[in-house]
Design a protein around this ligand. Structure first.
Ligand SMILES: Cc1cc2nc3c(=O)[nH]c(=O)nc-3n(C[C@H](O)[C@H](O)[C@H](O)COP(=O)(O)OP(=O)(O)OC[C@H]3O[C@@H](n4cnc5c(N)ncnc54)[C@H](O)[C@@H]3O)c2cc1C
Length: 498
């Protein structure tokens, strides 16, 4: 099974960037029962043939990330049962598997339980501010207003996200993660897959959508490649939930030539197919050059060091052992500041409290990317920075939290003093992370053409869409986006076809 899966993944990574840790990741998913079970049946014939047997569905959903799986569940629960989900890879979950820090949401039942005061309006304002007011206010308001509902809906599916933390650009604890503080994706994807299985919704693995079919103005189906055959699936509605393009270097550099050579945090199937399919039937793509780079990516393994690590108290220091920026600022600003440092990298430094409070760190540790020492001076030696400089950096940072000193870099969030004991560091630099632009949609998830008119039969949800994050996504907002709009598109399509 593992050999077969690895073959399939390397075949699909031909777009140029492979994510070594994806293989490790899907290994873990196999243990959780998240791998598709049908891929072993694929015939060896390499010649493509047409398969003429007609298949018709009410809705075809493309992609098994959080958006696609949620769309299928929500549609089914609203009575739309003649549906199918397609996945071109041999493992479910896409980039959603890797989502780590959590899901932002406001006015939730869990915030209320923990006496966290928040409002949908504040969440929306901070999302728009984080994106420098280039996001679509209507989509943002819809996402924030429906975020608490999505948290409850997930809870009803058995996916409880009641451990709340902070991400950069947010002033309130609203990033919801599993009870034990572990990475959100590894709870979310298995939970959604279980809900799919409970409903007997079919998922076709190793089944790649290649082209939308149109009759007049309306989308009426989709062409797929499966078992070396091409086939058309007729559909009254197609929902594109194909995720972003972070693993397609050619497409990334088409829109952003300056990102040539950057590592990516994305899984190999994030090749932007949905953009091409939608554009070919007249959908408008917006803000396609808005590709987010994330400031804390370990470069050898392309491992993302979650923002929750900084939110839990970690600092970033340069090769001289000095802090250089507000670590809790937005990703674009932190990345830019990091690139100006000697060697264009930083060390993410933290203590045992941070390690213990963020379960993802044990995973980074087992991947061999965490340096450990018994105190600050020894850690400085291990990472080859000046011990006196690092000690004085940590002392100055501690003073913000204990003596009420003002931080020279303006950090006010997630300031937690380092306690004596073991110290840790991970070497990080920016990496390609998220496609913020994409298919233009409205709050009914209808794909829109250049005149703002819906293309009948075509819907989109999740990272494949644009307009929510503007030119800078806030950590935790993508999972909110895929859950709110994934659930929404399922309900909208079920209603439209009833
Ligand atoms: C390392 C990492 C950490 C992250 N952490 C967070 C976080 O903590 N919080 C947060 O909010 N966001 C986070 N994000 C971003 C977030 O995870 C993604 O934006 C989100 O999961 C995308 O979900 P999606 O359903 O739109 O797409 P995906 O989850 O990527 O799923 C898309 C699926 O479609 C499949 N597909 C693509 N093309 C085709 C085709 N032609 N035919 C059939 N199938 C196809 C893909 O293989 C994939 O399985 C993180 C991203 C990464 C990479």
């Amino acid at each position: 099974m593992t050999t077969k899966m690895n073959e399939s993944i390397s075949k699909k990574s031909s777009a140029g960037v492979s994510r070594r840790s994806f293989l490790a990741g899907v290994g873990a998913l196999g243990a959780l029962g998240v791998l598709g079970g049908l891929s072993g049946c694929a015939p060896q014939n390499t010649q493509e043939e047409a398969d003429d047997a007609a298949e018709s569905y009410d809705a075809v959903i493309v992609g098994t990330g959080g958006a696609g799986l949620s769309a299928a569940i929500a549609a089914y629960d609203k009575g739309l049962t003649n549906i199918v989900v397609l996945e071109k890879m041999s493992a479910y979950g896409g980039n959603t598997n890797f989502s780590s820090s959590g899901m932002n949401a406001s006015e939730t039942m869990f915030q209320a339980d923990q006496n966290i005061e928040d409002s949908n309006d504040l969440f929306a304002q901070e999302t728009l501010d984080g994106g420098h007011n280039t996001g679509d206010p209507e989509l943002v308001a819809f996402m924030c207003d429906n975020s608490a509902g999505a948290i409850e809906w997930l809870d009803d599916l058995g996916i409880t996200l009641d451990n709340i933390t902070l991400t950069g650009g947010m002033s309130v604890h609203r990033c919801h993660r599993p009870t034990d503080g572990s990475a959100v994706g590894l709870t979310l994807v298995p939970g959604l897959v279980a809900a799919i299985n409970n409903r007997n919704i079919p998922i076709r693995m190793d089944c790649e959508a290649t082209e939308l079919v149109k009759d007049g103005d309306a989308v009426t189906g989709i062409v797929v490649k499966e078992n070396n055959k091409t086939k058309t699936l007729n559909a009254r509605a197609v929902i594109l939930a194909t995720g972003g393009m972070g693993a397609n270097q050619e497409m990334v550099t088409k829109y952003r030539p300056d990102l040539a050579g950057y590592v990516t945090t994305n899984q190999p199937g994030a090749t932007g197919d949905g953009y091409t399919m939608a554009e070919n039937v007249g959908a408008e793509l917006i803000q396609m050059d808005q590709i987010q780079i994330h400031p804390t990516v370990e470069q050898e393994t392309s491992t993302l060091v979650a923002e929750g690590v900084r939110g839990g108290g970690a600092i970033l220091v340069n090769a001289d052992g000095n802090r250089f920026f507000d670590e809790m600022s937005t990703r674009d600003k932190v990345s830019a500041a990091e690139l100006e440092q000697p060697g264009s990298f930083a060390w993410c430094v933290f203590d045992q409290q941070v390690y213990d409070n963020n379960k993802a760190i044990a995973k980074y540790d087992s991947a061999g990317i965490v340096k450990q020492a018994s105190d600050i001076a020894s850690l400085a030696e291990a990472i080859e920075v000046d011990p006196a400089a690092l000690q004085s950096t940590v002392a100055a940072y501690n003073a913000i939290t204990t003596d009420g000193a003002t931080d020279e870099f303006g950090r006010t969030e997630g300031c937690i003093a380092f306690a004596d004991g073991n110290m840790y560091a991970i070497k990080v630099a920016p990496g390609i992370h998220h496609a913020m632009g994409g298919i233009r949609i409205n709050v009914k998830n209808e794909a829109l053409d250049e005149n703002g008119n819906p293309i009948p039969g075509l819907y989109a949800a999740g990272e494949v869409t644009g307009g929510i994050h503007g030119n800078n996504r806030i950590g935790g907002n993508a999972v909110c986006d895929i859950e709110v709009f994934g659930k929404n598109v399922g309900e909208v399509v079920a209603e439209a076809l009833s």
